[in-house]
Design a protein around this ligand. Sequence first.
Ligand SMILES: Nc1ncnc2c1ncn2[C@@H]1O[C@H](COP(=O)(O)OP(=O)(O)OP(=O)(O)O)[C@@H](O)[C@H]1O
Length: 460
Amino acid sequence: MVLKFIDREFELEELEKRYKESRTHLILIYGRRRIGKTELVKQFIRDKKSFYFLARKEPMELEISRLIKSFNRKFNVFIEAESLEEFFAELKKFGKIVVVIDEFPYWIEEDKSIPSLFQYIWDEILKDSEVMLILLGSSISTMESLLSYKNPLYGRRTAQIKLSPLSFFHLREAFPKYSWEDLVKVYGVIDGIPAYLQYFDDSLMVEENIERNFYNKVSVLYEDAERLLKDELREPVTYLNILKAINDGKTKLTEIANETKVAVTNLPKYLKVLETLDLIYKEFPVTVRERKRFGIYRVKDFYYKFWLRFVYPYKDDIEIGAITFSDLQEDFNKYLGEVFERVCREFLIRINGKKLPFKFTKIGRWWDKEQEIDIVAINSLTGNSAFFEVKWRTLNYRETIKILKELIEKSERVNVKGKKFYGIIGKGIKEKEKLKERGFLVFDLSDFEWVLREPGSRER
Ligand SMILES: Nc1ncnc2c1ncn2[C@@H]1O[C@H](COP(=O)(O)OP(=O)(O)OP(=O)(O)O)[C@@H](O)[C@H]1O
């Protein structure tokens, strides 16, 4: 349903800034499939002299000939070139122009010497030109390897952009008819993955959208999670099992190995691949400085989390129409607690320095062997810290005080040196003013509107 372009202001500004300079640029843009790389570039080149080319996994000879034909057609010219070097030498004569090569990693897969060739093109042919060359890719590992110092293109790029999903607050722009509560549910199902916004319609109940898109064997969202793994990986089933194990709470190496029957010695290789696909990440307690030990694996986006928990285990039933989303409502409500935690983190980042008694420099979950705190925000310089409990329900005054007292006790275990503040964020909180008078930081969904009213509170 969503057809308008949302956010990406920061990325577009950065691209525009570079475009305005009279020099040559080499820019890498990468990120997970469906994240909106192509769309971002399309928005950028809309009003500019530009040439967009989508690479394929074909022999380079064919690719070069397709590239030149396509260029000639677009500009109604007749460039006769037999190699990329010749093509770029001709291109230089076109003055200021943006050239985009989408899925650039396909070319590297075809021909390992492509990065060296582009190094030569950059150093010898494009220098002193006004060509802005943008390389796009969804293979995060290949794109990141271009940034490594061992790569011929290292040091030549003038910018790199790793695209992230849209933030929770941008969902409001996509679905203006939905309440904040509805948006938390939407976020828990499709995250901020731009390609998935179009499948939700805010004139329907969220639950109805979920039903249509996930509990129907012909719909895209029902199968995209598996499709992406099949497209990218040679052993999709093993990867799927690993993702499922992590999503079910098996977060340590030995636990994942036991669950998936993958040898513990082989597992790091698979985990690394899932990390480079941006599907999992390692989480550390916020107070840990040395990011080696204590980490646990987690599935990164809510689309996969939702799919692994509410769709994948029920595939057989869905295939024959024997289950509906309403059968899983209770568990979904529990799941939303976890979603709301991340939403609250995004909320705190947006109000940082504005609605909090100090400005934090890092934020995250904290845990040790016995206890866990939903959100701890710390200023690394002063050691000032704020501890938050997050609750996906409406709380009255007594309940809130009880939770805050427990939070104060738990916080004794956290090693921070500055002033401590305590807070709670709930779906709804009664008698907020009375709690604030007692020095607590108290927020609920009704405070979220403030973020939209406040200009410049964009999350970065
Ligand atoms: N910022 C945005 N706001 C709204 N819709 C968007 C945005 N970015 C992308 N989309 C939509 O999401 C879909 C996927 O975007 P796009 O093709 O750019 O992603 P991609 O990262 O290039 O994907 P892939 O790697 O899977 O080819 C498109 O339908 C596009 O219109």
